[in-house]
Design a binder for this molecule. Structure first.
Ligand code: CP
Ligand code: NVA
Length: 305
């Protein structure tokens, strides 16, 4: 039995396998075919934070695959009525896969430790592996491959950035991050990444204009993530020079695409002119959550296409 708690749980070959299943199922979906690879399987979603894309994409893809899903809200009492271990043992005795969006990364790790079915991270403070898989799928579709493609992250070295950096390292893409001092990746994270993937192409700078040079994709996310609301005003000041706007996009190759995991704070990390431009792929990227996660569910639950 496998879990997807962090993208670093997956080898390069496993990421390739998930993306291959995703691309195959997406192409069938576009031809009107919804292959019921997981008939009767049940997925439970346990979310401690808000979500549109993650919830809808998981529920939709499980339905397309012939299974069912249960969104467990506050009334299930996750982390409140009983221990996480008891909650998880009972839940995993009845469902086939559990998707957890938790405030602390250690919570999803705890669920994985006690579950008797696969557990998927639907976002924590440290990782957003399913987002990264959808992002890799999006870049691969756009450019026909990932090898040597530079993905430039402009902004906070947050959960989404970390998963994407790992995803790039494992697929031969280059990851460049432009962030102000104090918001770059922790040294231990970069050290671990290089230890796990000695061939990783990763660079860090505080200069967004230098970082977008040669980029295939420019990616940003909110400056204050869920749980960091109290820091929002300080972060607005700290990231003022890191907005992805027309001037920054003009410093990138003209065929570079713009990505954002969404939801976006328009006028802060990105301007309307960029997110609504022909270079923007944010809607396709969000829709790829559904396709990528079909790959995750089919791979984790051992369905054969
Ligand atoms: N990108 C993403 O995870 O969106 P939600 O927070 O809406 O799920
Ligand atoms: N970094 C953001 C991503 C939301 C999908 C957050 O954690 O709030």
């Amino acid at each position: 039995m496998r879990h997807l708690v962090a993208l670093s749980d997956l080898s390069s070959n496993e990421i390739e396998a998930i993306l291959a299943i995703a691309a195959d199922l997406k192409s069938k979906f576009q031809q009107g075919v919804r292959e019921p690879l997981l008939p009767g399987r049940m997925m439970a979603l346990v979310f401690e934070k808000q979500s549109l894309r993650t919830r809808v994409s998981f529920e939709t893809c499980m339905t397309h695959l012939g299974g069912g899903s249960l969104m467990l809200g506050d009334d299930a009492g996750f982390g409140k009525r009983e221990s996480i271990a008891d909650f998880t043992r009972v839940l995993s005795a009845m469902v086939d896969v559990i998707v957890v969006r938790s405030k602390a990364h250690s919570t999803v790790e705890q669920v994985a430790e006690h579950a008797t079915c696969p557990v998927v991270n639907g976002l924590t403070d440290l990782d957003h592996p399913c987002q990264a898989l959808a992002d890799l799928l999006t870049v691969r579709e756009e450019f026909g491959g990932l090898e040597g493609k530079r993905i430039t992250w402009v902004g906070d070295g947050n959960n989404v950035a970390r998963s994407l950096a790992v995803g790039c390292a494992k697929t031969g893409a280059e990851f460049a991050i432009a962030a102000p001092e104090g918001y770059q990746f922790p040294k231990e994270f970069v050290g671990q990444l290089k230890a796990d993937c000695p061939e990783a192409l990763i660079s860090e700078t505080d200069d967004p204009h230098a970082a977008v040079n040669g980029a295939a994709a420019i990616y940003t996310d909110v400056w204050a993530s869920m749980g960091q609301e109290a820091e929002e005003e300080q972060r607005k000041r700290d990231f003022a020079d890191y907005q992805v706007n027309g001037r920054l996009m003009a410093a990138a190759p003209s065929d570079a695409i713009f990505l954002h995991c969404l939801p976006a704070k328009r006028g802060q990390e990105v301007t309307d002119e960029v997110i609504d431009s022909p270079q923007s792929r944010v809607v396709e990227q969000a829709a790829n959550r559904m396709h990528a996660q079909k790959g995750v569910l089919a791979w984790l639950l051992g369905a054969k296409s």
